[in-house]
Design a protein around this ligand. Sequence first.
Ligand SMILES: [Fe+2]
Length: 401
Amino acid sequence: MPFYQRLGEVPRKRHIQFRENGSLLVEEVMGLEGFSGLESILYHLVSPCRIKELGDFEPIEREEWVPDTHAHRHMRTMGVDAAGDPVTGRRLLMWNSDVEISLCRPESEMDYFFRNGEGDEVIFVHEGSGTLETIFGDVPYRAGDYVVVPRGTTYRFVPQGPQRYLVFETPGLIQIPKRYRNEHGQLMEHAPYYHRDIHPPAELRTHRERGEFRVKVRVRDGYQTYLLDYHPFDVVGWDGYVYPWTFNIEDFEPITGRIHMPPPSHQTFAGPNFVICSFCPRKLDFDPLAIPIPYHHSNLQSEEMIYYVSGNFGSRRGIEVGSVTLHPSGLPHGPHPGLAERSIGMTETHELAVMCDTFRPLKLSKLAKELDDGKYAYSWYDEPAPAGDADQDPAGVTSHL
Ligand SMILES: [Fe+2]
């Protein structure tokens, strides 16, 4: 999506004869918005329509938790059980009609291929590395990568070592914010990343094996399995603007100011009615009178989910690596009592976090209930905490509350 790419062999012009050993190859235009949006053109050995057998359809079931109270929430996710594979192991945490946010700690590898037929995906790799094998070629990934997978991409994770992901799935398009690009699509000088930070498929390997291959496709709010008699990565070449890519959070160039910069300065991706932002280690606000942590804010028309990736959270009791906070709409939030004063004179932060702000309310899953600490809503209450509840007294500073 970020810029034109080409891998493997493609004919001199589109829609003309293209043969291998005398046989016509099968041209597929994979395009968005009918024939008006971005597209890639792929050349297959076998018709992509060919299936040997229709498998089962499994509807997606979401178990909602409707809390008794509307409040700020904190969930600890590091201890979530490893389960499933990089697709079946996604455990829904919160969602609305624009985005689903899941945790994933896969314990097994995929013995099938997957394609999201109804949405784009961003997989934030918190831990682990490996290769996302795709119909467009191999996409190596490592910790800190956002793996962006456009709808229609057949893929399979080949992980190396233990993995932990935060997964965003949307029925809309994942885009680079428009304000970062000029009218020709190039990322402008003020954008926090550049084309060189974006890594498209590195190598195309054309598979010619025959046999039995399962492809699971997310479609119509469920998973439909198909059995093929050929390897689905049968592409000899492709070109265009639609393909999977990675961007590492450490390549995000933080934007800082003399006084506090607002959250949109951390924006990394745009989705329909939501944004994904990266809070990266950076120098803090440098005006002599600056307060380096945020002012209180009422995000009246949005919900704010933050996933804490790494950094020194030990100084702030309660928030740890893998913590998720949710500041829902309708409520103000901001630094804990005393922290604005304590932050004065701080010159830098080493925290790393991923934030998703949605404009529409988020529903919570039963997993969110299991992980909810039930106490975070009281953490702005600075009276002495009751005995045995000492961890309600925040003692440190985070820079992006
Ligand atoms: Fe906020």
